[in-house]
Write a protein that binds this ligand. Structure first.
Ligand SMILES: *Cc1c(COP(=O)(O)O)cnc(C)c1O
Length: 393
């Protein structure tokens, strides 16, 4: 007999009912609003990459279970990409693991590396799956809050050091950072690396926006810092880099022991996924630098377009150095509750945004911040900017 007094959803997950994205996307549908809530492009990636997927499917490559670690072509391409861009040398057979998007990489890494009771220090606001996966692993999350400082959200290194205790197992880092658009600097990353080495911590670093950095910001993988190669699990994904978020092809690169541990968890989650797409992504990763430069330039122009629109409408804009999200402060509009603001915005002016508070443990810290995605067509962003001219009307 099941007890009716006992909730169906277990205690570990009780706080993660349904995501705000479901609510906001429903609102968008109801009101016909432009959805700048969820971060997916409204234009597909390169034609030749799409064709590569079609070819693989027709040629019968990947239509049956691919190898557990991923197809050799993709593992080799990931290793070549890490070496070409960052000088990081990885053995495709023992140091690369293909996953069902970065989402599964995050889940498998946490499930593999966290013992119940272990503390996981994560940057807040955080990507929504981090908290749920730490909870599923039985870990305890310890948020370190990025705070507004001179136009961007910065990490307080003393606060980070103070968050580490004898129970800390790992640091969960994300750069370029969703939702704030912060790209951690060489100084910040050096301090994180020194702390990890000094306290002998593992590090999971989510670098899915590695190719989306603007102006003079530079993406520096944590694994390139002294002492980090052997303790870092680096996560990448084709979804954001090639604008095929539905393909769900991600990967980790790490030392053999870490890859082997993460594979142990991953094999019982999906086992394998995305067969034909793995071959296509292998080709995508080998695209010339000009593809990556053009993609970045296109996104920079979109960032600038939406940033100006939001600034003109009266928002305080934290111009992102990376990712495809803009975080704004609504207080100059005379508002302070991001939830209420985002619930009213579709009706008021036909645009959907996300309240950053959902990415915080300390919800009050995130209350006045609202996130807009700019990975949309130029005409869509122009229309959104026009509609946002009267955000409190
Ligand atoms: C989109 C996103 C992911 C998920 O990537 P998938 O490859 O689609 O699973 C992970 N981390 C961050 C920070 C993201 O923004």
């Amino acid at each position: 007999m099941t007890s009716s007094a006992r909730p169906l959803l277990n205690r570990r997950l009780a706080e993660f009912g349904t995501t705000i994205f479901a609510e906001m996307s429903a609102l968008a549908l109801q009101t016909g609003a432009i959805n700048l809530g969820q971060g997916f492009p409204d234009t597909d990636g390169p034609e030749e990459v799409r064709e590569a997927a079609v070819r693989a499917l027709r040629d019968g490559r990947g239509n049956q279970y691919p190898p557990g670690p991923g197809v050799p072509e993709l593992r080799t391409a990931v290793a070549a990409h890490q070496e070409r861009r960052y000088g990081l040398v990885h053995d495709p057979d023992t140091e690369v693991l293909v996953t069902a998007g970065a989402t599964e990489a995050i889940a498998a890494a946490l499930l593999a590396l966290v013992e119940p009771g272990d503390e996981v220090v994560a940057l807040e606001p955080y990507y929504d799956s981090y908290a749920a996966c730490i909870a599923m692993a039985g870990g305890k999350r310890v948020p370190v809050t990025l705070r507004p400082h001179e136009g961007s959200f910065r990490l307080d290194l003393d606060e980070l050091r103070a968050a580490v205790t004898d129970r800390t197992r790992l640091l969960l880092i994300n750069t370029p950072h969703n939702p704030t658009g912060t790209v951690l600097t060489r100084e910040e990353l050096t301090a994180i690396a020194e702390l990890a080495v000094e306290r002998d911590l593992l590090v999971i670093t989510d670098e899915v926006y590695e190719h989306l950095v603007f102006d003079d910001a530079e993406h520096l993988p944590l694994a390139t810092f002294p002492g980090m190669r052997e303790r870092t699990v680096t996560i990448g994904s084709a979804g954001k880099t090639f604008s095929f978020t539905g393909w769900k092809v991600g990967w980790i690169t790490a030392a053999p022991g870490l890859v082997s541990a993460v594979r142990s968890a991953k094999q019982f989650l999906t086992y394998v996924s995305s067969g034909p797409f793995q071959y296509a992504v292998a080709e995508a990763l080998a695209l010339p630098d000009s593809y990556f430069a053009a993609f970045r330039e296109d996104m920079r122009a979109k960032r600038d377009l939406l940033s100006s629109g939001l600034a003109e409408a009266g928002f305080k804009v934290f111009k992102p150095a990376g990712t495809y999200f803009i975080t704004t402060d609504i207080r100059p509009l005379g508002e302070s509750d991001g939830f209420a603001f985002c619930r009213a915005l579709p009706e008021r002016c036909g645009v959907v945004a996300i309240p950053n508070a959902v990415f915080y443990d300390h919800r009050e810290q995130g209350a006045p911040f609202v996130r807009f995605a700019f990975c949309k067509r130029t005409d869509v962003l122009e229309e959104a900017a026009a509609r946002l001219k009267t955000p409190t009307a």
